[in-house]
Structures are given as structure tokens and as C-alpha cells.
Write a protein that binds this ligand. Sequence first.
Ligand SMILES: C[S@@+](CC[C@H](N)C(=O)[O-])C[C@H]1O[C@@H](n2cnc3c(N)ncnc32)[C@H](O)[C@@H]1O
Length: 230
Amino acid sequence: MVTPAHDRLLEAWIPGYASLARLSVSLLAASPLARPPGAEVLVAGCGSGAELVDARRLRPDWRLTAVDPSADMLTLARGKLAGAAPDAEASAKAPLIQWLEGTVEELAVDPCFDGALAVLVLQGLPDDGGKLRFLTSLARWLRPGAQVVLVDQMQPERTGMERQLITARRLFQGRAEVSQQDGEEDQPLGPLHPISLTRLAGLLEATGFSDPVPVFRALDYEGFVLKRLA
Ligand SMILES: C[S@@+](CC[C@H](N)C(=O)[O-])C[C@H]1O[C@@H](n2cnc3c(N)ncnc32)[C@H](O)[C@@H]1O
């Protein structure tokens, strides 16, 4: 069941979540194709609408398409957007958001996008072809040169300081350290399937993206910018 408590859970559970959407929107807004007024931007897995709120605030000119398979999440996001109009006049002039209930893999849209946000989405898809299908679909709907801001829980190397990140995140989440593999632990937001940076780079190469450029990190949550290659 999706309630506003969902947002509080995300903040309590994900290090840096409170500024994640603002960071992600700012990064995309600085990219060459999404910088011009009226750019078409895909918010893949918009969830309860955090990135949409910041996109509206920072770039009210963007033409936003919000995609999520969860009707509950879309309802929550619509409600949040309706109540998040810091400037009613600017908000009234902003293009309507296109809301699509479904996965990125099911998208059938026109036109192609100048940029996309995929925040905390890929991590929820199993690496059994699911991640590959998601990235392949994302690439299909992006113009060559369009950038994606991708944020996910990553699988650190299981040595030294990297291993310490997982322990630190569990403490952040108010949990005791456990000995399970990270991807197998109970997650209030559903099962996660974190992958290593090497695996991510391989999936991106296979789906027509550049190498991921690391842009921020909070414990084992990492943000990257990638570019759709020509
Ligand atoms: C952890 S939430 C993150 C939501 C939001 N981006 C945020 O950071 O608050 C992940 C969202 O991705 C959506 N999702 C899962 N698989 C998806 C897919 N294949 N295509 C688009 N969205 C998907 C889920 O329904 C969920 O709302």
C-alpha cells in the first residue's frame, strides 16, 4: 500500500535520498540536449514523484513523461505534483506531464527523449535479462547524445573499505549487520538486485550507452551519468 509514509521510509532507508532528486535533475539539466528550453525528458520509474517535483521547480519548461507500472505510485505522484506549485503562474504555464502506467519496456511513445532520469529503478530488476531489457528499451527512446542520470544501490567489491560500506548502510538503516549477501536481505521496498560497476558497464556497452561516469555516492548508493551513443 502506498502512503505518504512511503516517502519517509525512502529517506530513512536510502542515504542521501533527501537531495537525490534535486541532484539528479540538476545533472540532467546541465546536459547539452536537455539544457535547451522545452526539452523532452523521460522520468523512468517516477514512483511517488520526487524527481517530477524537482524537475517542475528547476525546469518548468521541460516536457515530462512520467512512467511507472504502479497505479498506486502514479496516484501518489499526481497528488504530490498538484500540491507542489511554488509559483502558481509558472506552474499554470508549464506543459502538462504525460503520465504512462506501465514499464519502460512497454513504452510506445513519440517523440524521442532528450534525456532521462532512472533513479532507484534498475536495482529492482533481476539480472536475468530484466536489466538488459530495461536498458535496451531506454536506449531505444533516447536521441543519440541524450544523457541518463542513473542512481542505484551498487554491489561493492567484497573487500576492505568497500565491504565496510554495506555495514555502514545497515547501521544507517537502523539494522544490525547480517552475514547474508546484500541482494538477499529483506527490503521494505521490495527485493533489490545490485550489480557491480563492471557488470553495469558491460550492460551499458551491450545496450548502446557510454561508460557510466560516476557523479556522486552515498555509501553503496551511486549516481552515474551515461550517454546514448550514436
Ligand atoms: C524505489 S522506486 C523509486 C521511485 C523514484 N524514482 C524515487 O526515487 O523516489 C522504483 C520505482 O520503479 C518502478 N519500476 C519498476 N520497474 C520498472 C520498469 N521496468 N519501468 C519503469 N518503472 C519501473 C516501480 O514501480 C517503483 O515505483
